[in-house]
Design a protein around this ligand. Structure first.
Ligand SMILES: [Zn+2]
Length: 232
C-alpha cells in the first residue's frame, strides 16, 4: 500500500514556487516512507488516508470533504484516532437529527451531550464537518460501529417525509460517494446503513421515509461520475 504511486502522486513535483511547503516539511518522513520524493501540499491532502501508521497531517479547520464548512465538535464527543491505519473504515451510518440544523450543531459542541457525528447535511444541501474522519465519532451507540464508520446526520424528522429534500439527498450522496471512494467501501445496503440497523441501538433513524433506493442510486451515479483517482 505504501509503495503505491498513482498518476496523482507521479504528477506531484513540488510546491510550484521552488520551496518546500510547511506541510511538506511536517510530513517529510511520511512522504519518504511511501517512496515519493516530494508530495505537493495539495496532493498530500488528497493522499493522507494512504499513509499507514503515521500521525497524519492535521491542520486546524481542515475538512475531509471539499466545500464542507468546519465547526469543531466538543472533544468529549469523539475519540482521537488514526483511521484507517488503526481502524478499518467500512461503513457509512445515516442519521436524522430529529430537530433543526442549528440545534444539532449546538448539542454536538456540548461536552455533556456525549455524542456527535462526523457530518451534518442541512436541508438546503450545505455540508458541515464537525469531526475528522481520522477520529472515532460517538454517533452509533456501539463502540465497534463507531470505530469502523463515518456518521452522517441529516437535518429533519423521521416522521416527516418532506424533511428529505432533493438538495439534502444530492449533497449527502456526494459526501457518501467520496467516503466510499476514500476507503474502498462498496455502495450497497450492507455497508451504507441506517442508525436503526446498528446492533444494539434503540434509535429508529433515518426511518421509513428515507428512500434507500433513491439514495444508493445517487451515490452510485456520483461514484461513476468521478475519476477513479479523485477521492475528495
Ligand atoms: Zn442516529
Amino acid at each position: 500500500m505504501g509503495a503505491r504511486t498513482g498518476p496523482a502522486a507521479a504528477a506531484a513535483g513540488g510546491d510550484g514556487d521552488g520551496r518546500p511547503g510547511r506541510r511538506a516539511l511536517l510530513v517529510g518522513a511520511a512522504a519518504a516512507a511511501v517512496g515519493t520524493a516530494v508530495l505537493a501540499r495539495e496532493e498530500l491532502s488528497r493522499l493522507w488516508w494512504r499513509l499507514p501508521g503515521v500521525d497524519k497531517p492535521r491542520v486546524a479547520g481542515a475538512v475531509d470533504f471539499r466545500g464542507a464548512r468546519w465547526v469543531a465538535a466538543s472533544a468529549a464527543n469523539y475519540r482521537r484516532a488514526d483511521r484507517p491505519a488503526d481502524y478499518r473504515v467500512d461503513r457509512v451510518v445515516v442519521h436524522v437529527t430529529q430537530g433543526g440544523y442549528a440545534s444539532a450543531v449546538k448539542v454536538f459542541q456540548d461536552p455533556a451531550h456525549g455524542a456527535a457525528a462526523h457530518y451534518i447535511v442541512r436541508a438546503d444541501g450545505r455540508v458541515t464537518q464537525l469531526i475528522r474522519e481520522l477520529d472515532v465519532a460517538f454517533h452509533a451507540g456501539n463502540r465497534e460501529y463507531n470505530e469502523r464508520s463515518v456518521g452522517i446526520e441529516h437535518e429533519g424528522f423521521v416522521d416527516d417525509a418532506s424533511s428529505f429534500t432533493d438538495a439534502l439527498y444530492a449533497a449527502s450522496a456526494r459526501l457518501t460517494a467520496t467516503v466510499c471512494g476514500r476507503y474502498g467501501i462498496p455502495v450497497d445496503r450492507e455497508h451504507i446503513i441506517g442508525h436503526a440497523e446498528v446492533p444494539g441501538t434503540d434509535h429508529t433513524d433515518p426511518g421509513r421515509f428515507w428512500d434507500w433506493d433513491r439514495y444508493l442510486g445517487l451515490v452510485r451515479a456520483e461514484r461513476a461520475r468521478r475519476a477513479p483517482n479523485e477521492r475528495s
